[in-house]
Design a protein around this ligand. Structure first.
Ligand code: SF4
Ligand code: SF4
Length: 92
């Protein structure tokens, strides 16, 4: 089964009031040369429109990779979603 098909089967409960992923300082992203978050996230949560990073936090798989790759700037505020929210994996 392809990754996209597996991802489709995962179940997301989005916590609209309390995103678990945030960019701390958007201006810092503009200065970030490598923008590793764009390439490291398996779910394509981070996109760059030429001016700013957009975070589609609802698609997050909670793997924690983005926090690690952004350690140079430490610009991602990441916490596990509140109980009852987030992703449930069917195929882990
Ligand atoms: S790696 Fe961190 S600082 Fe760089 S663009 Fe991504 S979130 Fe911003
Ligand atoms: S925790 Fe993983 S899936 Fe979620 S945004 Fe970061 S890299 Fe992407």
């Amino acid at each position: 089964m392809k990754l996209e098909e597996k991802l489709f089967l995962d179940r997301y409960v989005v916590d609209e009031d309390n995103p678990h992923l945030k960019i701390k300082d958007p201006e810092l992203c503009q200065k970030c040369e490598k923008k590793q978050c764009l390439y490291a996230c398996p779910a394509g949560v981070y996109t760059w429109d030429g001016k700013q990073i957009t975070v589609a936090y609802a698609d997050c798989l909670e793997c924690g990779t983005c926090r690690i790759v952004c350690r140079e700037h430490d610009n991602i505020d990441w916490k596990y979603p509140r109980g009852g929210y987030g992703v449930s994996f069917k195929f882990g």
